[in-house]
Design a protein around this ligand. Structure first.
Ligand code: NAD
Length: 259
């Protein structure tokens, strides 16, 4: 097992990519701190992990709230006696032209996606430093590198995560904490369904299936990713197999960035 006895805190672990990472890390021997703002979602992930004889504890927290984050990080570290891995995965997205994007939607996007990554990293760092080895994995997006019409706040937040990843990789290298980010392409989750439903509406298309078909035509590997595709990338970045890798953007996008 690649993560035996490691303690991993995973945000947004109640659904989609965060749940898939939690399940895979648990299968690989890690004890999981399941963080989500929605209790039913987080508790369901804990149940799924326990069903495979894994170890998990749920803490409800909004990653954009300082007190929530400090409490969640400290209680997971206390529960497991250490913290070895942090996965900043929680994210939100509002799709729409900038003229219709409200200030509140902009603030929520930046607060959850970017400030949440900052807060969790800030409060996890002292724990990660204790063992002389630690890992932070940030969930960015291909949309942090290239533009997308109607994705302004999301692109800004995800581009910020790439810059923050590089800054922290350099800052934490002397402590042997590696900081990397993943750039997923389109991944079949509730978020993708919400986004493609909105995109279809804006473009006057029949529905999310039509957007999916259009996406498949432009992705070289001709399919939408599964959350497990992202989890295997996260496992590589969390394990000792990547012990000389820090500050990178790992694209898992079926080749889209190569086009
Ligand atoms: N699905 C995709 O196509 C795709 C592509 C690129 C990047 N991403 C990124 O991957 C990450 C996971 O995406 P997903 O598709 O699994 O999303 P999802 O919406 O399916 O799941 C996100 C989870 O995060 C939780 N969450 C949301 N706001 C939170 C907050 N403030 N505090 C704590 N938890 C919160 C939700 O309750 C939910 O359980 C996000 O950062 C997203 O931006 C997704």
């Amino acid at each position: 097992m690649k993560l035996m006895n490691k303690a991993a805190l995973i945000t947004g672990a109640g659904a989609g990519i965060g749940r898939a990472i939690s399940m895979l890390f648990a299968k690989e021997g890690a004890k999981i701190g399941v963080i989500d703002s929605i209790p039913e979602a987080g508790l369901q992930t804990v149940q799924l992990i326990e069903n495979i004889n894994g170890i998990a504890k749920f803490i409800q927290a909004d990653v954009s709230n300082t007190r929530d984050v400090e409490k969640a990080v400290n209680s997971i570290a206390a529960e497991y006696g250490s913290l070895d891995i942090l996965v900043n995965n929680a994210g939100v997205c509002f799709v729409g032209p900038i003229a219709e994007l409200t200030e509140e939607q902009w603030d929520v996007t930046i607060d959850v996606n970017l400030k949440g990554t900052f807060l969790c990293s800030k409060y996890a760092a002292p724990h990660l430093k204790k063992n002389g080895v630690g890992v932070i994995i940030n969930m960015s997006s291909g949309l942090g590198l290239y533009g997308g019409a109607c994705w302004s706040a999301y692109c800004a937040s995800k581009g910020g995560i790439i810059a923050l990843t590089k800054a922290l990789a350099v800052e934490f290298a002397p402590d042997n904490i590696r900081v990397n980010c993943i750039l997923p392409g389109a991944v079949a989750t509730d978020m993708l369904l919400r986004n493609t439903t909105m995109q279809a509406k804006i473009a006057g298309l029949s529905g999310p299936e039509e957007i999916n078909e259009l996406m498949k035509k432009i992705i070289p590997l001709r399919r939408i990713a599964t959350p497990e595709d992202m989890a295997f990338g996260a496992l590589y970045l969390a394990s000792d197999e990547s012990s000389y890798v820090t500050g990178i953007e790992l694209s898992i996008d079926g080749g889209y960035l190569a086009t």
